[in-house]
Design a protein around this ligand. Structure first.
Ligand code: AMP
Length: 230
């Protein structure tokens, strides 16, 4: 089923390494979505050294999830005034316990998620991708050594900063994160597939990055070549 108007409130799901964060970034830049990325918000809190960051740091380094209550607190700080009518959630909800937290924010802030979007890749393909992932410590842009290399090797296209491998992208932590996704992420997909079938969509994430982006835009009823007006 296609949309009458393209969805304005979207949750993007995919196992670690599915490429969902790069897709979210591009959807934000091209189509004006405000990104709500709990992983990035947590990393910022750690960098600032505030109390929430201190509580989250060790769990994140080990690839483990932080408690649902902490995610609720984090979003409480971030979602006070959404400031845009287009929101794209990336990395939340991450457990079944966070499903009612999202519903609470929908109710309190008077918006409705109109698309739950899965970027589907196998465990094996995701692991392969994660080992090549690099991130800019300054602006948070993500790259991949093979699939999405920066113009200058190991340097951010936007600000020239030296790219880093995230501490939770090492081989043993990658495996922990995949297992966590199997345990907590897959049941959420089943939940929305069954409870919101008209809003649920799945995209084949095992294509080239450009093909996945094009399919994502098509599924959302957006033009892949469009840029945000203005
Ligand atoms: P991400 O950047 O989305 O891969 O998130 C990095 C890490 O932050 C995850 O491995 C978790 O430790 C933590 N994290 C991010 N979002 C959540 C969430 N919604 N619930 C619990 N932990 C999270």
């Amino acid at each position: 089923m296609s949309w009458k108007v393209p969805p304005s409130h979207v949750v993007i799901f995919g196992r670690p390494g599915s490429g969902k964060s790069s897709l979210a970034e591009q959807l934000g830049a091209d189509h004006g979505f405000q990104l709500i990325r709990t992983g990035e918000l947590l990393r910022n809190a750690i960098r600032r050294g505030d109390s929430l960051g201190v509580r989250a740091e060790q769990l994140i380094k080990g690839g483990n999830l932080v408690p649902d209550s902490l995610i609720s607190e984090l979003l409480e700080q971030t979602l006070k005034a959404p400031g845009t009518d287009r929101l794209l959630f990336d990395g939340f909800p991450r457990t079944m316990g966070q499903v009612p937290i999202l519903a609470k924010f929908e109710h309190a802030l008077n918006f409705r998620i109109d698309c739950y979007l899965e970027i589907a890749v196998s465990h094996q393909a995701a692991v392969k991708r994660m080992t090549g992932r690099r991130v800019c410590p300054v602006c948070g842009s993500t790259y991949h050594l093979v699939n999405q290399p920066p113009r200058v090797p190991e340097r951010c296209d936007r600000d020239g900063a030296a790219l880093e491998q995230r501490p939770d992208d090492t081989a043993d932590v990658i495996e922990v994160r995949q297992q966590i996704y199997n345990k907590h992420g897959l049941p959420i997909l089943d939940y929305y597939r069954n409870h919101a079938p008209d809003q649920f969509r799945s995209v084949n994430g095992e294509q080239s990055y450009d093909a996945v982006y094009a399919e994502t835009c098509r599924v959302l009823g957006l033009d892949a070549s469009d840029s945000e007006p203005g």
